[in-house]
Write a protein that binds this ligand. Structure first.
Ligand code: 4GX
Length: 263
């Protein structure tokens, strides 16, 4: 049976996780922003283990691939029945996501769009993947966390859950605006500093200790623009700059040109 983590009246979003290793999620679901969201009852999370749904005496969940080749493939039946169990508990309109390198790569924009779905089921695969017929019959879309290969979909499921839950209203404190985050404005964030003013011989940039908020704001915007331009030209190229941003970016280019000729 699915281990009920929490269900509450004010719950606005629910995520079901299908995984052969539900125990990996325990501490993760209790920690930090997500843990608080679950405890507050704003987010519900339940886990289902396909091993609990096998129709064989040996309870196997995997088998050799048809056509030969290395490794094992997750059988469609246990996974399919686990998804059915989750849906019969939570409703047929759950949006089912299979985490796999073959999916669309997750972005911050996509996370914002997934907020529209009140109930999502995340399917974590293992081995060489799952029987393709299960994906065709029971999965609405495949989502990837990036172009690298992991040993299972559990860490991608946690990444998805983490990124989504902090956008759910009421989960992150109102004082911390998630709109300020990297990518929400299509740029990387400015660098952060905290006490002491000198650490390891390195001072904090002077401007940040002046108390001149207009100057500080300009400096931060300039840093964000410069960093995005240098480190993520792909992001920067897609960004439409406001008039202020154009002005600050010109200034950034001038300063960095100056710094190069000084050296
Ligand atoms: N972003 N993995 C899926 C099983 C598998 C193997 C082959 C389909 C085809 C991953 C990622 C990821 C590991 C999850 C292999 N499924 N998931 N799993 N990168 O690497 O999402």
């Amino acid at each position: 049976m699915g281990a009920r983590v929490l269900s509450g009246r004010r719950m606005s979003h629910w995520i079901g996780i299908i995984s052969l290793f539900p125990e990996i999620f325990g501490p993760f679901l209790n920690a930090g922003v997500l843990g608080r969201g679950i405890k507050k009852g704003i987010i519900g999370v339940d886990l289902w283990n396909p091993r609990d749904y096998t129709d064989e005496p040996r309870r196997s969940v995997d088998d050799k691939p048809y056509g030969g080749g290395p490794g094992m493939v997750l059988k469609a039946q246990p996974l399919g029945d686990a998804i059915k169990a989750a849906k019969s508990d939570k409703g047929e309109d759950c949006h089912v996501i299979y985490l796999s390198p073959q999916g669309r790569q997750l972005t911050q924009n996509m996370l914002h769009q997934f907020l529209d779905k009140e109930r999502i089921i995340l399917v974590s695969g293992r081995y060489e993947g799952v029987d393709e017929r299960l994906i065709e019959s029971s999965v609405d879309e495949e989502i990837s966390m990036g172009d690298y290969v992991l040993s299972g979909g559990e860490v991608p499921a946690m990444a998805f859950l983490d990124g989504l839950s902090r956008l759910v209203p009421g989960v992150v404190g109102d004082d911390i605006s998630v709109e300020n985050d990297s990518f929400s404005n299509g740029l990387l964030e400015y660098p952060q500093y905290t006490r002491p003013t000198i650490w390891d011989g390195k001072p904090v940039p002077d401007i940040l200790t002046t108390g001149d908020h207009k100057k500080i704001d300009e400096w931060r915007k300039t840093q964000a623009l410069g960093r995005s331009f240098e480190r993520r030209p792909d992001l920067f190229g897609n960004k439409r700059l406001t008039e202020e941003e154009k002005r600050l970016f010109e200034k950034y280019l001038e300063i960095s040109k100056q710094e190069r000729t000084d050296r």
